[in-house]
Design a protein around this ligand. Structure first.
Ligand code: FAD
Length: 358
């Protein structure tokens, strides 16, 4: 019997794969619904074109783990498709990457159906015996984020509320090792207001590359080109006073487009859009609109150290008995950059089931 803690992307994939391999599964979900942050996501599941690209984009990650994602994602996507997960886009819309966009509720349903188990909802004790940690990282735990990520101020949460580091803490209590980059996270700069789950995508301000970016004192703080994912800018914002910034937009910036919306549309819909005259500092000439943003955390990038078979490793690099991890509980895959969390969760969820079934 394999117990799976967490019925998000990694846990559901593991449960479905385990059933295929004839393994009995108990699927525990702490929240009040299955799907985890996957259910709230845009659900583009992707990989870089080559391992070399992955290494260049995420140089701090473990090459052996990255290689698993590169080699196994296409088969894993074909598999979820074969289970009936509805495909929304046949490609990612990004020339650096390959993958699919799926429908999140349809994906969750397809995997649960294939797993052939009910998931047990609500907090539960994790029993002894083979255990897969798929609890989704520690971004929902402000104290752990403060200790490991060290933002200048608490970060807003842009994820399910139940991923509070249970996997990390359980494994650390068993002497597990952690990956590099425990201070890194994937997130977005959001309009600086309280937002609901339904606004996670709508209020993301994903055009920092076109803006003049300053902190709340009006000082520029990011002195290199913003990466395509803007994850570097989001993490730098987290280290500024209040974990906030202003995006200052001139005509050229306002004329740009991001995915299916113009910068003008995204920025002017932000509740914190402000005329330059109202800023608490002098804006550069030509500024037409300013938007105050706050750094928000979607998931942690650092986490447990695992081997290529999803076995949690101790500090001497030995696998801990019967303990596996997948998804955002695992660190060391996109360290130093950004890569698809869903892809890593899908691939390592499947691998964990395969290892447990051996
Ligand atoms: C708005 C948004 C957009 C995103 N867009 C994309 C995208 O397009 N592409 C992409 O690759 N990634 C995207 N992501 C990130 C992606 O959702 C995550 O990388 C992915 O869900 C991680 O999978 P996981 O299984 O580790 O965690 P989750 O899917 O979050 O699942 C973890 C589950 O564990 C449960 N849990 C926690 N503690 C316990 C416990 N003790 N016992 C039992 N259950 C527990 C949680 O309730 C949760 O259901 C997005 C995320 C958000 C929020």
């Amino acid at each position: 019997m394999l117990t799976i803690a967490g019925a998000g992307m990694a846990g559901l994939a593991a449960a479905a794969r385990a059933r295929e391999l004839g393994l009995e599964v108990r699927l525990l979900e702490k929240g009040n619904r299955i799907g985890g942050s996957m259910l709230l996501s845009s659900c583009v599941i992707w990989r870089y074109q080559t391992l070399e690209d992955f290494r260049e984009e995420c140089p701090g990650g473990d090459p052996a783990l990255q290689q698993q994602v590169i080699e196994q994602l296409d088969d894993a996507l074909a598999w979820v498709r074969s289970l009936g997960a509805p495909v929304v886009w046949e490609e990612t819309g990004n020339p650096r990457t390959v993958g699919l966009r799926l429908d999140p509720p349809g994906l969750a349903e397809a995997l649960l159906r294939a797993a052939g188990v009910e998931s047990q909802l609500g907090p539960a004790e994790l029993p002894d015996g083979p255990l897969l940690l798929a609890t989704g990282g520690f971004q929902g735990n402000a104290a752990l984020v403060e200790r490991h990520v060290r933002p200048a101020a608490p970060l807003r949460l842009r994820a399910n509320p139940w991923s509070v580091g249970d996997g990390l803490e359980l494994a650390l209590a068993r002497d597990a090792d952690v990956s590099a980059g425990l201070d890194e996270f994937y997130g977005r700069n959001m309009a600086d207001v309280d937002f609901s789950e339904a606004e996670f995508v709508q209020l993301a301000q994903l055009y920092g590359q076109y803006a003049t970016v300053v902190n709340v004192r009006g000082e520029e703080f990011f002195d290199r080109p913003v990466s395509w994912s803007e994850n570097d800018l989001v993490q730098a914002t987290a280290r500024q006073p209040g974990a906030k910034a202003w995006y200052l937009l001139d005509d050229a910036a306002l004329g740009q487009a991001v995915r299916d919306r113009t910068v003008t549309e995204i920025a002017s819909a932000a509740p914190t859009a402000t005329a330059p005259e109202e800023l608490p500092f002098a804006a550069p000439p030509g500024t037409k609109l300013a938007v105050r943003v706050a750094s928000a955390i979607t998931h942690t990038i650092g986490g447990l150290r695992v081997d290529t078979r999803a076995r949690v490793l101790d500090r001497s690099g030995r696998p801990l008995p019967d303990l596996y991890a997948a998804g955002a509980d695992v660190g060391g895959i996109s360290t130093g950059g950004y890569a698809s969390g869903l892809a890593a969760a899908l691939v390592f969820g499947r691998i964990a089931a395969e290892t447990a079934a051996r």
